[in-house]
Design a protein around this ligand. Structure first.
Ligand SMILES: [Zn+2]
Length: 227
């Protein structure tokens, strides 16, 4: 693999992590803006009060915004597995993509190769288990749809980045327990169920994102809970 191309692109939008907060979540985003230049400018604009630790453009160049030991401001109001301050304990990576609002397109091979390299380093430097490598939509299902159903989660999982239910067919799953099982996996039990099911589908069953739990979703979730 070619060495990572990294470019310094410091953002002022960060602060100290709370005392005792260890980094154990990785959150992936898309930028959702028309151009990379526009997205990078916003992530570094003090007035915008948003940032991420890294942005990866479509050629695979990594822009370094915030040191990993600092808290970047990427997830906003969010929840995972009992934690409502996801920024406090996470690393955030933005992928340049104009997104559902401005023209959602597949991520490029160069972009994903750079992400695998960058994220592989992050999950080895910090105690981030596969089930805590998440999309923004997983931690903010009522507000966000990024990185979206075109994001290649299965490919990342081949490199040990993120969880993927490998033996779903062998797990029957119980639709009637689906809401409780989503919460057990980490999703916000207080978010609207339709939004949480859609977020789950966007991540683990991208061929049909309709917010309606079905037997396949139940089997996939049972597979994840059994990992
Ligand atoms: Zn996002």
């Amino acid at each position: 693999m070619a060495p990572l191309r990294q470019v310094a692109c410091a953002s002022p939008n960060h602060d100290a992590r709370p005392a005792g907060a260890s980094v154990d979540i990785l959150v992936l985003h898309y930028t959702g803006m028309k151009t990379a230049e526009e997205a990078l400018a916003r992530l570094c604009d003090p007035a915008a009060k948003v940032s991420a630790h890294y942005t990866i453009d479509r050629a695979g160049t990594v822009y370094v915004h915030v040191p990993e030991e600092r808290r970047a401001w990427h997830a906003g109001v969010s929840y995972w597995a009992g934690e409502r301050n996801v920024n406090a304990r996470s690393i955030g990576i933005e992928l340049v993509n104009s997104g559902h609002e401005f023209g959602y397109v597949p991520f490029t091979d160069d972009q994903i190769a750079a992400l695998i390299d960058l994220a592989g380093g992050i999950v080895s430097r910090h105690p981030i288990p596969p089930a805590r490598v998440l999309g923004h939509s997983d931690v903010a299902p009522a507000r966000k749809t990024d990185p979206g159903e075109l994001f290649p989660w299965a490919r990342l999982a081949e490199y040990g980045i993120g969880a993927w239910p490998g033996f779903a067919a062998a797990s029957p799953g119980k639709p009637e327990k689906f809401a409780a099982d989503l919460a057990r996996y980490g999703y916000d039990p207080d978010a609207p169920l339709h939004d949480v099911v859609a977020a789950f589908q966007r991540h683990f069953r991208p061929s049909c994102v309709n917010g309606i739990a079905d037997d396949e979703c139940a089997a996939l979730l049972a597979g994840l809970l059994a990992l």
